[in-house]
Design a protein around this ligand. Structure first.
Ligand code: SIN
Length: 481
């Protein structure tokens, strides 16, 4: 592993690195509990300063042409690719993701900046046929204003760029608040923003207390939009808190993805798909397969072939290039996985492979696990596990698959494996999920809309919808003689 500078990192407000006089928060490597750096424990004061800086910078940034803004974003995209290794190493150190996945995430993160640099040039208004000869009706598009981007620990680079990319391209200025579990990747990206030469105040980074910073954001009417990725529980709090000032919200919240394998599926392809979906980031993604429904005709074959692949996965410190499954983010994450496993086994599920927590040397790991004979009464089939555990339930029919899959308040991602085109259409048309992988376990990309139905969120990120979230329509009726 390359040497990574681990020191006291700072936050960035109005183009200045600040916060060295504040108390600090430790950032810990979940693979071994080593403290690998600190960030300032900022609060309401620092958040308010960042909001004022973003507000101050808004006018001139929003008046640039889309082409000028794209120039800055393209520089940032290139810098992210040029510094991919350094950012990836920091990411793995602070949140445990296997280094090859971290490298992939930095590329994925940069792709949002590239996509939105271009997409900013396509924020089209409208001319609407008029009902009167002396009127012209138009719709103009305006940036929403100052944006607060609150991001999670599991994708510390990509969730940031999926928010700041479209916000900046649309002409908004940004206050970023990364998770305190993995803020260092955000600091690295902020350093690259500085190198890209963004004018001061256009991008600000505040670290520290989530509740105090969120309060400052919510209380300040200069912030017009909150974009958040995190739990449904916190998302609901943000919805309530944003009501007073009717702040705009984009929320990417929890998931509980079903993965359906029907009798006419290509079983090898289904195994490949579930491996990609379930074990990415040790199962700590909002879209990873969380409940697997397999039709009786292919159940035994699927379980056997899947377990064979899972047994090949190597668990360990993500800094080791050959590791497939890194640690969970913290002890609470591991406790949740253990609780789901214990409950399932107590209620009659059978462990096919794995099933063990590993806490040697200060790390918090769980072996990649396949559990079969689960049913809907088990917590593992009701809640998001966020760990490397794949529970499999046998189902009788296509109708069962749809009914069980939809039996949840969540609606982020679902996966369907069938080679029957009519059946695939029929099933997917009935699924209430914002993202569906059909014979595909890895549907994410910068150019597509990512987001959930029901309690999985509001709005979409990525694609052209991702930039719509940062503009408002202004209807202009022009009277003429
Ligand atoms: C997430 O888990 O929230 C993000 C996953 C992705 O973008 O693919």
């Amino acid at each position: 592993m390359n040497e990574v500078k681990t020191n006291n990192y700072l936050m960035n407000i109005n183009g200045e690195w600040v916060g060295d006089s504040l108390s600090t928060l430790n950032v810990t490597n979940p693979a071994n509990s080593d403290i690998i750096g600190t960030v300032p424990n900022g609060g309401e004061k620092e958040a308010s300063q960042a909001i004022s800086a973003a507000h101050e910078a808004y006018q001139s940034w929003s008046e640039l042409t889309a082409y000028e803004r794209a120039g800055y974003l393209k520089k940032l995209n290139q810098l992210m690719l040029d510094n991919l290794e350094e950012v990836a190493q920091v990411m793995t150190l602070e949140m445990g993701k296997p280094i090859n996945e971290s490298r992939g995430e930095v590329k994925y993160a940069a792709s949002f900046i590239e996509w939105f640099a271009e997409e900013g040039k396509r924020i089209y208004g409208e001319t609407i046929p008029s009902h009167a000869t002396n009127k012209r009706l138009q719709v103009w598009k305006k940036p929403v204003g100052v944006v607060a981007a609150i991001t999670p620990w599991n994708f510390p680079a990509a969730m940031l760029t999926r928010k700041m990319g479209p916000a900046l391209a649309a002409g908004c200025t940004v206050v970023m608040k990364p998770s305190s579990e993995s803020p260092l990747t955000a600091v690295k990206i902020m350093e690259l923003c500085e190198q890209a030469g963004f004018p001061k105040g256009v991008i600000n980074l505040v670290t520290g207390s989530s509740s105090k910073i969120a309060k400052a954001i919510m209380d300040n009417d200069k912030v017009r939009k909150i974009t958040f990725t995190g739990s449904t529980e916190v998302g609901k709090i943000l919805i309530r808190q944003s009501a007073d000032q009717v702040k705009r919200l984009s929320l990417e919240l929890g998931g509980h993805a079903p993965l359906i394998v029907l009798d006419d599926a290509n079983v090898d392809l289904a195994v490949k798909g579930v491996m990609a979906s379930k074990f990415r980031n040790a199962g700590q993604t909002c879209i990873c397969a969380n409940r697997i429904y397999v039709q009786a005709g292919v159940y035994d074959e699927f379980v056997e072939k899947f377990a064979q692949q899972v047994e090949k996965l190597k668990v360990g410190n993500g800094a080791d290039d050959s590791v497939d499954i890194g640690p969970l983010i913290n002890q609470a994450g591991l406790d949740k996985v253990k609780h789901h496993m214990d409950d399932a086994v107590k209620k009659g599920a059978h462990v096919v492979t794995g099933g063990k927590p590993i806490t040697d040397d200060g790390g918090v790991f769980h072996t990649p696990t396949v559990v079969k004979d689960v049913d809907q009464s088990m917590v593992i089939m009701q809640e998001e596990t966020f760990g490397p555990v794949a529970p499999i339930q046998k189902i009788a029919s296509e109708e069962d698959a749809v009914k069980l899959a939809n039996d949840t308040p969540y609606g982020l991602a679902a996966y369907v494996f069938t080679d029957n085109v009519a059946k695939g259409h029929r099933v997917i048309e009935q699924l209430n999920f914002g993202i569906v992988g059909w014979n595909d376990g890895a549907p994410s990309a910068a150019q597509v809309p990512f987001g959930g139905m029901k309690e999985s969120g509001i709005g979409r990120e990525g694609g052209h919808e991702g930039i719509d979230a940062f503009v408002e329509s202004q209807y202009v009726s022009i009277g003429m003689e």
